[in-house]
Design a binder for this molecule. Structure first.
Ligand SMILES: [Zn+2]
Ligand SMILES: [Zn+2]
Length: 215
């Protein structure tokens, strides 16, 4: 069904299953609902949350995921419920995600401060790119990703990459249609029915965030 209001999903959220984050998944779901998101993806570093089904996520589509550390940088697998080996090549990791029925997405490709895959992106075809990541220290990295995606007609996503509960929804993926299942979301991304939007954390906010997380 076509909806006049944009349907927003934050497709890059960390929980306390990531070594560098304290957010409780139950809290994440509560905040995402409060912020009127239609859905979220929990994408922890090299971990999958096996308990996702146990949480009360009525009214919010919760997509299981993982952010894998490949030998060249980060690759997200949406719709993934199994662990994926670290340190494989980008191509091998993408292949594994597809084999498991998930959807690979390249997060923050040009953010060299946060393990973006950098030049590896030029070797990939048709793989969606995250073109708005709220945790990128410079909007320039997002702009560069958007430019590359538009030039090559690649699918686009957006996400907060939040490591703190209050940053959820700062960046998001925009859909024009309501989507009912995880497969619908992945399919809409593949068919380039999504765009990205939102903002990013300022450098002072990033410094504060670093202190809040680690101390
Ligand atoms: Zn990352
Ligand atoms: Zn991340």
């Amino acid at each position: 069904m076509v909806n006049m209001n944009p349907i927003l999903y934050d497709l890059h959220i960390h929980s306390h299953f990531s070594f560098d984050c304290k957010s409780d998944p139950k809290e994440i779901i509560k905040v995402a609902k409060k912020k009127n998101l239609a859905g979220i993806a929990i994408t922890d570093h090299n971990k999958v949350n096996f308990h996702l089904k146990e949480y009360d996520n009525k009214g919010l589509l919760v997509i299981p995921g993982i952010e894998v550390s490949t030998e060249k940088g980060h690759v997200i697998g949406l719709g993934i419920k199994e662990l994926i080996e670290r340190k494989m090549s980008v191509a091998e990791t993408i292949e594994k995600i597809l084999e498991l029925g998930g959807q690979p997405v390249i997060p923050h490709p040009f953010d060299f401060t946060r393990r973006g895959i950098g030049k590896e992106i030029y070797k990939l075809k048709k793989i969606p790119i995250e073109t708005q990541n709220a945790s990128c220290p410079l909007q320039l990295f997002n702009r560069k990703a958007k430019k590359w995606a538009e030039k090559n007609k690649l699918p686009q996503t957006g996400g907060s990459d939040s490591h703190r509960i209050q940053d959820i929804g700062m960046a998001f993926t925009i859909f024009k249609e309501e989507l009912e299942t995880i497969d619908d979301v992945l399919e809409a991304i593949r068919k380039r029915k999504s765009s990205s939007g939102g903002t990013h954390l300022s450098i002072p906010e990033k410094i504060i965030r670093a202190f809040q997380i680690h101390f």
